[in-house]
Design a protein around this ligand. Structure first.
Ligand code: TPP
Ligand code: SF4
Ligand code: MG
Length: 334
């Protein structure tokens, strides 16, 4: 049920602004030339720099895929996790250490395919994390098989025959699953992507940023040129990229305690995500302030924020573990 919720977000910030290059690790990306992944990681670094986040308070988790390598290129704590399992890591980390900023990334195959179950349930829980999906419509790392966002009938050069399954609509799926911030951006629209990631991090609740990303090696249907060319509207040529605010649409819920207005807005947001157009529409489709998982957990564990699970010692003053697992271990002795 929707209820009104305080929106204030407290982020761990620095007094100085680090330059984005200071947030790069010492590893050089090995993505193919022209890959959209470069643009996305660059925008994440820009956003962390602009928000003046303390890098040691940023936790960065990535799935498996070309996109999954992103965790290695950021100067932050992070784990390159398992295929489709990035969200459980990220959610657990945020619950254990609520004062840190948690960012999860992964591919469209990772998040909407093998990780689809986790994707749905992350929405229901509304843990305060940001999930950035690198959406290239293919399984890049494993040589271009169709991902769940490839439309039926499409045939990128990596497929022998046109694709025969329906695509999912990640924005609509996220809105329906309970995500409280849902946006689409594009890998090489640096300004829009940086701002969207900043808005997602600033949002108090679970955020999805679905980022369209050219994969020049396997997806020849939507290369960089596709996003920069114009579309014939019948009367004039329009840029491929359109911004939601130009359309008059506004997906922000003013008062989530007004249930009728909330429901109407949610249905409108899903309809907007399905609107037929030849243009790629970027922007925030849905934003609502609702209690987070930690807000609800606090009713069961009142000292949750004061004593985050991360801070609870697991040993006594003599460094002896305060949990005796010996009887549990006996079970496994053969
Ligand atoms: C459990 C498991 N199944 C399959 C794989 C093989 N695998 C590695 S990456 C990948 C797909 C990656 O596609 P996507 O998530 O879209 O990321 P991209 O490479 O396009 O960035 C697959 C199937 C794996 N590593 N683990
Ligand atoms: S295969 Fe595609 S997604 Fe992977 S690095 Fe190359 S261009 Fe990027
Ligand atoms: Mg992919």
């Amino acid at each position: 049920m929707a209820t009104k919720q305080q929106t204030e977000q407290t982020l761990p910030t620095l007094d100085v602004k680090l330059k984005p290059f200071q947030l790069r690790s010492d590893k050089n990306p090995d993505w193919c030339p022209g890959c959209g992944d470069f643009g996305i990681v660059n925008a994440i670094q820009q956003a962390v720099s602009e928000l003046q986040l303390q890098p040691w308070k940023v936790e960065f988790f990535a799935g498996i895929g070309c996109s999954g390598k992103s965790a290695q290129y950021l100067q932050a704590y992070g784990i390159h996790t398992l295929h489709g399992r990035v969200l459980p890591y990220a959610l657990g980390a945020k619950i254990a250490n609520p004062n840190n900023v948690v960012i999860a990334t992964g591919g469209d195959g990772d998040g909407y395919g093998i990780g689809a179950g986790h994707f749905l349930h992350a929405g229901r829980r509304n843990v305060d994390i940001t999930y950035i999906v690198f959406n290239n419509e293919v399984y890049g790392l494993t040589k271009g098989q169709a991902s769940p966002t490839l439309e039926v009938g499409m045939q990128p050069k990596s497929l022998a025959l046109p694709h025969i399954s329906q695509a999912i609509n990640p924005l609509a799926l996220a809105i329906a699953s309970g995500y409280t911030f849902v946006a689409r951006s594009y890998a090489f629209d640096a300004k829009h992507l940086k701002q969207t990631i900043m808005d997602a991090i600033n949002h108090r609740g679970v955020s999805l940023v679905d980022v369209h990303q050219p994969c020049p090696t396997y997806n020849d249907l939507h290369p960089k040129e596709y996003y920069t060319e114009t579309v014939n509207s019948g009367q004039s040529e329009l840029p491929r990229l359109q911004y939601l605010e130009e359309t008059g649409y506004n997906g922000f819920v003013e008062d989530a305690s007004d249930l009728e207005a909330y429901q109407a807005k949610k249905i409108a947001a899903i309809a907007e995500a399905y609107r037929l157009t030849d243009r790629v529409v970027l922007g925030t489709y849905w934003k609502v302030d609702l209690p987070t998982y930690a807000d609800r957990l606090e009713t069961n564990i009142p000292l949750l924020r004061e004593y985050a699970p991360m801070d609870v010692p697991f040993h006594d003053d003599n460094m002896i573990a305060n949990t005796d697992l010996s009887s549990a271990c006996e079970e496994f002795v053969v």
